[in-house]
Design a protein around this ligand. Structure first.
Ligand SMILES: NC(=O)c1ccc[n+]([C@@H]2O[C@H](COP(=O)([O-])OP(=O)(O)OC[C@H]3O[C@@H](n4cnc5c(N)ncnc54)[C@H](OP(=O)(O)O)[C@@H]3O)[C@@H](O)[C@H]2O)c1
Length: 334
């Protein structure tokens, strides 16, 4: 087996051109890990933040960007693999804390899932980061229940298209915000019940109108900043807001009286630094409750575009243009 691989490195923090194809040693799987020959690597907004120098990998994790991959198992800890029902030669997708933009990638066995029946490598590589994040935040932390209403800020994002489909499949009413009428239409086509163009409409007034004054039960927020005060306004009694990003700013000022009166919960989380056991538990839940929906086609990967890995800079530039709906994926040939 070859010992040297191609990988997309961050040669300089800053604009997309700082990404370049380089050579690295093929990583070796340790205890509890397996080695994947990567066919496709998903691109996520946190990769852009890492490239800019504002989202360092957790200690001990590869400095290469990339939080999700799909490919074929080539080697690994045979006992851990047997426990997980995985074998050399299996097609898998995996959530990783870094190192995904490479021809080979090591992943903890509990964070690997079989490629859902009928899905391509590109489709499979688009799943882990958003499905783990949405599951953990919307269903575990914010406890969205069937019959409740979810407001997804950024409905056309990779996270958003996953949240729309999962929440709808689990019996929730889904309202999204997006920055253009075309993006709103795309969200509706994916199953959102209502879409609000946040550039031309006020999401507080619109959610009140849609819910006939009751408010929404859960908000999935990737904006924060001034949005938090408005989300506190548009939540129903016992509502929950779960913050997963701070694109609109770190500081928030809101009416604490509303938090008391409506018994609101403001929470949030970030997936990357969480331990393997935590991510493994999410993987198990996804395998049982979501993978059948992917296999049946009830929930679909949403691929906006693919790029050869050598063109990773173009993929990042596209993501930063915000012109995409759904996921951007890099492909490898080995
Ligand atoms: N906490 C975690 O564990 C975790 C894990 C993964 C990702 N994330 C975060 O989740 C976010 C989405 O990630 P992604 O990979 O799916 O990125 P993405 O596809 O690039 O999506 C970013 C989205 O943010 C939307 N947006 C920006 N400003 C907005 C505003 N004021 N109101 C509503 N929407 C707004 C953009 O939509 P418009 O063009 O419509 O504005 C765009 O669709 C990122 O901020 C990422 O860092 C967090």
């Amino acid at each position: 087996m070859t010992t040297v691989m191609q990988a997309v490195e961050i040669a300089a923090f800053g604009p997309p051109e700082g990404l370049r194809l380089g050579e690295r040693p093929v990583p070796r799987p340790g205890p509890g890990e397996l080695l994947i020959r990567v066919a496709a690597s998903g691109v996520n907004r946190p990769d852009v933040l890492q490239r800019k120098g504002s989202y360092a990998p957790p200690p001990g994790v590869s400095d290469l960007p990339g939080l999700e991959v799909a490919g074929v198992v080539e080697a690994g800890d045979s006992e851990a693999m047997a426990q997980a029902g995985l074998r050399v030669g299996d097609r898998v997708c995996a959530l990783v804390a870094g190192g995904g933009y490479a021809q080979w990638c090591v992943a903890p066995v509990p964070q690997c899932l079989p490629v859902p029946e009928g899905l391509s490598d590109v489709e499979a590589a688009s799943l882990p980061e958003t499905f783990f994040t949405v599951w953990s935040n919307v269903f575990d932390r914010a406890r969205l229940q069937p019959g409740e209403t979810l407001l997804v800020q950024g409905g056309s994002s990779g996270i958003g298209v996953t949240a729309i489909q999962l929440a709808r499949a689990r019996g929730a009413t889904v309202i999204v915000t997006a920055g253009s009428d075309d993006k709103c239409a795309a969200c509706l086509a994916l199953g959102a019940h209502h879409a609000i163009n946040y550039k031309t409409q006020d999401f507080v007034a619109e959610t009140r109108r849609i819910t006939e004054g009751r408010g929404v039960d859960v908000v999935l927020d990737m904006v924060a900043g001034s949005y938090v005060a408005r989300e506190v306004e548009c939540l129903a009694e016992d509502g929950r807001v779960v913050i997963i990003a701070v694109q609109g700013g770190l500081q928030a000022e809101f009416n604490a009286g509303l938090v008391l009166r409506k018994r609101l919960t403001i929470t949030g989380s970030t997936l990357r630094p969480r331990p393997v056991a935590f991510k493994g538990a999410i993987a198990q839940a996804l395998r049982e409750q979501v993978w059948p929906l992917l296999a049946s086609g009830a929930v679909k990967p949403v691929i906006h575009s693919t790029f050869a890995a050598a063109d990773a800079a173009r993929a990042h530039a596209l993501m930063e243009s915000n012109a995409h709906v759904g996921k951007i994926v890099l492909t490898w040939t080995t």
